[in-house]
Design a protein around this ligand. Sequence first.
Ligand code: NI
Length: 262
Amino acid sequence: MVDTHAHLVHTDFDEDRGEAIRRARAAGVSGIINVGFDIASSRRAVEQAERYPGVFAAVGIHPHDAATWCDDSSRELEKLAVKISVVALGETGLDYHYEFSTRLEQMTVFRAHVRMARVTGLPLIIHNREADDDTLQILQDEADGEVEGVFHCFTSDRVFAHRCLDVGFYLGFTGIVTFTKSSELREIVSGVPMERLLIETDCPYLSPQGSRGQRNEPSRVVEVARTIAEVRSSSVEEVKEVTTGNALRLFPKMQPKESHLP
Ligand code: NI
């Protein structure tokens, strides 16, 4: 399995980051994408990816942190993006639920990420909350079909799921699919083509149903695979295998350099 969205950079892992990675490996997780949310955490994501086998980095500025964007930011990101361990740009996107940064700041920063993805060829990890139309509009304006990526932690509706699939993007699902009340989301999961599904934890957030309220960690991505298998009436093994293949296809810089990937 690949946990395609984990924030190992979070201070919640400062005490036991190595242990959490070992537990993930023991649970069958062969790859983890460690996702930055601002320049400092993106730098840490790269350092950690260079240190721990099987860990890769995504660099970018989260819509919550869009207000931190300055003249140096794109230069800094460009410097990080060429590192061997960096497999994606993100997380980036739009969050109109919290609006911790203004919509204009978020749009400016998201546009810059899409342009950078186009130039570097790196896939995008997109965060979208209550901003479906603007997110797709910016993708269309700036990417023009030349950028690949994932809508991470997908929680929009079925119609939007199809619009994302239509522009060639993958959909990433977290422990939210395991929540008792998430029947609508499970319905969506059952209808997405298997070859466009990715699994992720978004740890330390979003622990699956059985461990809600606790800190989440990459080993629990197996719970997401289990629920997806249940709703699609397929085997867990098949979900693990196909989603791993999907991750390696979308994030080609993860391709096995050594023995730590399948
Ligand atoms: Ni995240």
